[in-house]
Design a protein around this ligand. Structure first.
Ligand SMILES: Nc1ncnc2c1ncn2[C@@H]1O[C@H](COP(=O)(O)OP(=O)(O)O)[C@@H](O)[C@H]1O
Ligand SMILES: [Mg+2]
Length: 374
């Protein structure tokens, strides 16, 4: 069976690495600017056809499907993919997750509407399109806020924290106009957690235990799983949120939900219609990794157990040069993405597993300290 992946970054790499033992073959669609370094040697790397911008979507879909070597299933490894192309590709093979789910997650405004629609809680927010609307929204919400563009935002990109009227003035003076954005009340969370869920084509679902995450400048730096000290109330909210989301979206594959915990209350931050950085620990920390389970789901194979092996931690390698030689320990595992190092760029991660929660956290903290001395 051949899997076509739209995108060729590290998530595509780790999907392919998980899929080869299952006998799956891969083709990757590289968009302009993608080097393909992450997936080199793991399958066919196919560039977007020449002149694709001017092509009718039906013609483009046929060209893409054929050049991807006629995959049996097409999936995505990032959010910013041409959804119309995904829709058109459904004529040729299964496309999972459904492009409609990808479309919802591509625009923060639509995503938040969906979250609201399923009855899940989130930070107060207002969608704005003009400077006047932005000012009014901040008046209503009150500082501190965070402004995020509705599209093209990831890893803290295209978002601005504002604490004072001066910050707002400075922001507005630095640009001619503003694009559609979500203004959100900045919440004082006690922690961030994420949920990694998977649903198979036959409707069966599985979920990994909640992961606790730490971000720096909007970029994930480290995760720990299972998140500790989840009391009964929070566990109930996690269960309820999982059911509400999966019950309201026609979805096949892995889906991630990022959340804040504020005064014991679970608030949804955002959804990701794909395997997620906060699920990388599952490569060593769970019976089946999120990558394998995504493939099992989209390929119509039985889902694998999400049972965890003790306690797991993950440290992202962000713009730092770390080698296997220094990273590896009997219980520390190195994953490099074959990328050149640039400031803050995700170039790899280290997974740690331990049968003792405290010892794992200690090792996780020591690993973070060794890599990032700030
Ligand atoms: N409303 C908020 N209140 C407090 N912190 C926030 C809020 N929104 C985002 N953040 C912080 O910024 C990080 C990145 O924001 P997020 O909305 O997840 O954007 P991205 O799509 O770039 O991941 C979050 O993980 C969190 O640490
Ligand atoms: Mg996020």
């Amino acid at each position: 069976m051949r899997i076509g992946i739209i995108g060729c970054g590290q998530l595509a790499r780790m999907l392919a690495l998980a899929g080869w033992p299952l006998g799956l073959k891969f083709s990757f669609l590289a968009e302009p600017g993608d080097t393909g370094d992450c997936v080199r040697g793991l399958g066919e790397l196919v560039p977007m056809p020449d002149g694709f911008e001017a092509m009718a979507i039906t013609e483009l879909a046929e060209k893409v499907y054929t050049s991807l070597e006629k995959p049996d299933v097409i999936t995505v490894e990032k959010e910013s993919v041409p959804v119309d192309l995904l829709e058109a590709l459904k004529k040729y093979c299964a496309v999972y997750p459904d492009p409609k789910a990808v479309r919802i997650c591509q625009n923060r405004g639509c995503e938040k509407e969906f979250i609201e629609g399923v009855g899940a809680a989130m930070a107060p927010k207002i969608v704005v399109n003009t400077a006047a609307e932005l000012k009014l929204a901040i008046e209503q919400l009150g500082f501190p806020v965070i402004v995020k563009t509705c599209e093209d935002g990831y890893d803290g990109l295209n978002q601005w924290k504002m604490d004072t009227a001066g910050d707002l003035t400075e922001f507005l003076e630095s640009r001619d106009s503003i694009v559609e954005s979500v203004v959100e009340k900045r919440v004082n969370f006690s922690r961030e957690i994420s949920l990694i869920l998977v649903r198979a084509a036959d409707g069966r679902t599985a979920s990994y235990p909640a992961t606790q995450n730490w971000h720096e400048g909007g970029i994930l730096r480290a995760s720990l799983a299972p998140a500790q000290d989840i009391d009964e109330g929070l566990a109930k909210q996690i269960q309820d949120l999982t059911e509400r989301v999966l019950g309201n979206i026609d979805y096949v594959g892995v889906l991630a939900i990022e959340c804040f915990v504020v005064d014991g209350k679970l608030l949804v931050n955002e959804l990701a219609p794909r395997v997620h950085n906060s699920g990388h620990w599952t490569q060593q920390g769970a019976a089946t990794s999120q990558f394998e389970n995504h493939l099992r789901a989209i390929a119509g194979l039985p889902l694998g157990s999400t049972e965890v092996h003790g306690f797991a931690g993950m440290v992202n390698l962000l713009g730092v040069e770390v080698t296997a030689q220094t990273a590896l320990k009997p219980n520390a595992f190195f994953h490099t993405y074959n990328k050149s190092v640039r400031p803050n760029r995700k170039v790899g991660h280290i997974n740690i597993v331990h049968n003792d929660a405290e010892a794992m956290k200690k090792q996780l903290d020591a690993t973070i300290a060794a890599i990032y001395s700030d």
